[in-house]
Design a protein around this ligand. Structure first.
Ligand code: UD1
Ligand code: CA
Length: 457
């Protein structure tokens, strides 16, 4: 049986925020969500999150995740006290393999591989995740005996000058046999510089009970970085974005500048995808082979087919784009935009809940909402579907090979038949028959002999 206890009761005072610290985002989702995702990959039997400051908000934020148990810690009397609040919820089997892994809600990026290594290291005893820092100030220090065995952790504030010189620090993450842990927690006092119950005291108790304490190290240092301030949050964000960019680069994606790349979700790329600078990807985005994304695009929950190109400054949200399409610059695709193969969507064109069929083009300044547009249709500059009467929305249907003259308004519900042409400036209020020219503007006239007014002297 594996329990995972995530400590998330602390105040996070240095964030200078009303939002509980563990709800602050990293790569677009709460820090605690990252911890939970990595924790779940270990297939634990139980996950317990210890909440305190802002407990209700933290619980609400994860109310839809039924596998999480919450324990309340009020007031916060230290890390051992926090785990003790979770103790009644810990599950144990009969195997003796029962373990409890303690994670921090504000150390969001510890990777499953590192945690697995820690679990393997514990054997039948306990294990702590440690690392060696050039500047260990502030951290608990790992005290080893002459045989090199871990015997104790001493907090910075309680450490002697000799101990301050120790560069190996406690990351805070540890795993212990569940039964022993419960026993040790009940034996920990708060006789120390901070008057707190230190979880780190389980190490010396384990040694006292004759159980060896093992140590493991993270694969990378950033995995164990905690967030206590907005500066650390911003730094960790860049670490993580750099890591995500590195993984995509290794998989063959071109990212012109990994320092100007932001992924807040998942990005699945085919071969030879090209991503220019300053793009933000959110939710789940899939880019097929050869897709090119120009600079400064924001793309959320979208799928693009092979060879499609998105030019600079385009904004795409909940849209589907087939292969070989051209989008932008300055295009806006809103939820339900469904762009066909080889279609073009140009500058200042907004498309919502509409299908633009294969090879159709809307190249300049248009609004297309609630429309079904067939194949090879040309939508002239300035075309607007008037889909909304202030209360209800209506459909516009434009059949294959139609030509919509510039500056037309299509007052929905309305249909343009196959191969129909609308003259420029048409306000279409009735269906336009297939194959014919429909035009609604008054015919042009010239007034002969007309004189401009002149200024009275
Ligand atoms: C702790 C460790 C220290 C380690 C450091 C790594 C102890 C006594 N010390 O120190 O050895 O080097 O982390 O960052 O464990 N929390 C609660 N309830 C509490 C206190 C803390 O939930 O009563 C949570 C915090 O929200 C935070 C985590 O536990 O997520 C660590 O608490 P923090 O106060 O940051 O511990 P440190 O003093 O930094
Ligand atoms: Ca801390």
């Amino acid at each position: 049986m594996l329990n995972i206890v995530i400590l998330a009761a602390g105040l996070g005072k240095r964030m200078q925020s009303d939002l509980p610290k563990v709800l602050h985002p990293l790569a677009g989702k709460p820090m605690l969500a990252h911890v939970l995702e990595n924790a779940r990959r270990l297939n634990p039997d139980r996950i317990i999150v210890v909440v305190g400051h802002g407990a209700e908000r933290v619980k609400d934020a994860f109310a839809d995740q039924a596998d999480i148990h919450f324990a309340l810690q009020v007031p916060q009397q230290g890390t051992a006290h926090a785990v003790q609040m979770a103790a009644p919820l810990l599950v144990a089997g009969t195997s003796g393999g029962d373990a409890t892994l303690v994670l921090y809600g504000d150390v969001p990026l510890v990777q499953t591989e590192t945690l697995q290594r820690l679990l393997n290291a514990r054997e039948q005893g306990m294990a702590v995740l440690t690392e060696t820092l050039a500047d260990p100030t502030g951290y608990g220090r790992i005290v080893r005996n002459q045989q090199g065995e871990v015997i104790r952790i001493v907090e910075h504030k309680d450490a002697s000058p000799d101990e301050h010189a120790i560069a190996e620090v406690n990351t805070g993450i540890l795993v212990a046999p569940t039964g022993n842990l419960k026993d040790w927690l009940s034996r920990i006092d708060n006789n120390n510089a901070q008057g707190e119950y230190y979880l780190t005291d389980v190490v010396s108790l384990s040694v006292q009970d004759g159980l060896p304490v093992h140590a493991a190290q993270p694969s990378a240092l950033w995995e164990t970085l905690g967030v206590n301030s907005r500066i650390q949050q911003a730094q960790l964000e860049r670490h993580w974005q750099g890591e995500q960019a590195r993984r995509l680069l290794e998989a063959g994606v071109t990212i012109v500048d990994p320092a100007r790349f932001d992924l807040r979700g998942s990005l699945v790329c085919g071969r030879d995808v090209f991503i220019d600078v300053g793009c933000v990807f959110e939710g789940r985005v899939e880019l097929a082979d050869g897709v090119r994304i120009g600079p400064h695009c924001v793309i959320k929950d979208a799928v693009m087919g092979a060879g499609t190109q998105v030019e600079a400054f385009s904004h795409i949200h909940e849209a589907k784009i087939a292969d070989q399409a051209r989008i932008g610059p300055y295009a806006r695709l809103r939820p339900g935009a469904d762009i066909g193969s080889q279609a073009h969507v140009g500058n200042f064109v907004e498309i919502k809940k509409s299908r633009l069929g294969q090879g159709s083009k809307a190249n300049h300044l248009a609004y297309i909402g609630d429309a079904q547009i067939g194949e090879r249709v040309n939508i002239g500059a300035g075309t607007i579907t008037c889909n909304y009467d202030g209360v209800n929305k209506f459909q516009t249907i434009i059949e294959d090979d139609a030509f919509i003259g510039s500056d037309s308004q299509l007052v929905a519900p309305v249909r343009v038949g196959q191969g129909a042409t609308l003259g420029a400036g048409t306000t279409l209020t009735k269906d336009a028959p297939a194959g014919q020219l429909t035009i609604s503007r008054p015919s042009q006239k010239t007034i002969e002999g007309w004189l401009r007014p002149i200024k009275k002297s």
